[in-house]
Design a protein around this ligand. Structure first.
Ligand SMILES: NC(=O)c1ccc[n+]([C@@H]2O[C@H](COP(=O)([O-])OP(=O)(O)OC[C@H]3O[C@@H](n4cnc5c(N)ncnc54)[C@H](OP(=O)(O)O)[C@@H]3O)[C@@H](O)[C@H]2O)c1
Length: 290
């Protein structure tokens, strides 16, 4: 089942919210040499834990191609989970130097920083850079896999479910279906894409749960033992685009876009060897931590 030509996997952005569980999943799998590529040595707790579990850290200056090529020598697969929350540098600009170096270092497969809803066409800036990078990646001749997971279940709070105040804000109709996957399962799916032939040069869509907003709400209410207050804001995108008061934030516009567009018509779950965790488990954890 496994592609034995993949021995060494380098995760870029391993200290991030999705990079960390993906790196953990590779370490737990045990079939690979796991490296994490970082920009600079600093006191990063997550990096320390990953090293204690068996990952090797490699540092490189991402602006220096030779440095990156050296850092990537011997890598068979790059998993990019990079994201710049400080300057919001485009994902194209962040990943293009990695791809150029990967090609020179004879990396075989590049898994880019996707891990969301996987649209092929978009009218939202968050996705434009991902799609521009896909075009560059496909021209490069490297193998690729685009992994689409829907929303991370651990991020339901940012999607309008305010556990602390027991309030939900829907950015669309309550009957809208939203695919979600837990972060540990995103990690496991990512590892297995290296072992299934269908993932070579393909879009892979996986989903832990595919419930409506109302159904997620019911689970939050059950876990917290009380009814929640619900509001709906259905014209966020229109107000954002036309600067109509109250003008929504960029993130509100993004969440409204996701609410309208993130439903997968089908998924590839049956190509994988495991059943994803139901969302109930993550919701119970979110409620217990609030
Ligand atoms: N489906 C969802 O619900 C969802 C939610 C959030 C994100 N995502 C997607 O998941 C992917 C990763 O996002 P994330 O939230 O995990 O990212 P993140 O936690 O913000 O950061 C990822 C890592 O990128 C590296 N990084 C940050 N700025 C950088 C820069 N300027 N240059 C190079 N490296 C930089 C850092 O690693 P080092 O410091 O170790 O170098 C950082 O830990 C993105 O494609 C994003 O769209 C999806």
């Amino acid at each position: 089942m496994s592609d034995s030509s993949f021995r060494t996997v380098t995760i870029v952005g391993a200290t991030g919210s999705v990079g960390y569980p993906i790196t953990e999943a590779f370490l737990n799998d045990g079939s690979y040499i796991v490296k994490i590529l970082r920009r600079k040595p600093d006191e990063n707790e997550k990096a320390k834990i990953l090293v204690s579990k068996g990952a090797e850290i490699v540092y490189a200056n991402y602006d220096q191609k030779d440095d990156l090529v050296k850092a990537l020598k011997g890598t068979d697969v790059i998993v990019s989970t990079i994201f710049d929350r400080v300057n919001f540098t485009s994902l194209y600009d962040l990943q293009a130097p990695l791809l150029a170096a990967a090609k020179e270092a004879s990396v075989k497969r590049f898994i880019p920083s996707e891990f969301a809803s996987g649209y092929k066409t978009v009218d939202h800036v968050m996705y434009e850079d991902k799609i521009k990078f896909r075009e560059e990646l496909e021209r490069s001749g490297l193998e690729y896999t685009y992994i689409h997971t829907g929303l991370f279940q651990e991020f339901l709070g940012s999607f309008g479910f305010n556990v602390k105040n027991k309030k939900a804000k829907f950015y669309g109709d309550g009957n809208t279906r939203i695919p979600t996957t837990s972060l540990p399962d995103v990690g496991k799916y990512t590892v297995e894409t290296l072992k299934i032939p269908e993932a070579r040069n393909a879009h892979i869509r996986v989903t832990g749960s595919n419930l409506t907003l109302n159904e997620y709400l019911q689970k939050f209410e059950k876990a917290s033992g009380s009814k929640w207050e619900v509001t709906e804001d259905r014209d966020v995108r229109y107000r954002f685009k036309n600067k109509i008061e109250p003008i929504p934030s960029f993130m509100d516009d993004y969440i409204a876009y996701e609410t309208e567009n993130s439903n997968f018509l089908d998924n590839d779950n049956d190509k994988f060897s495991f059943i994803p965790e139901p969302v109930t488990k993550v919701i119970e954890t979110l409620v217990s931590q609030a």
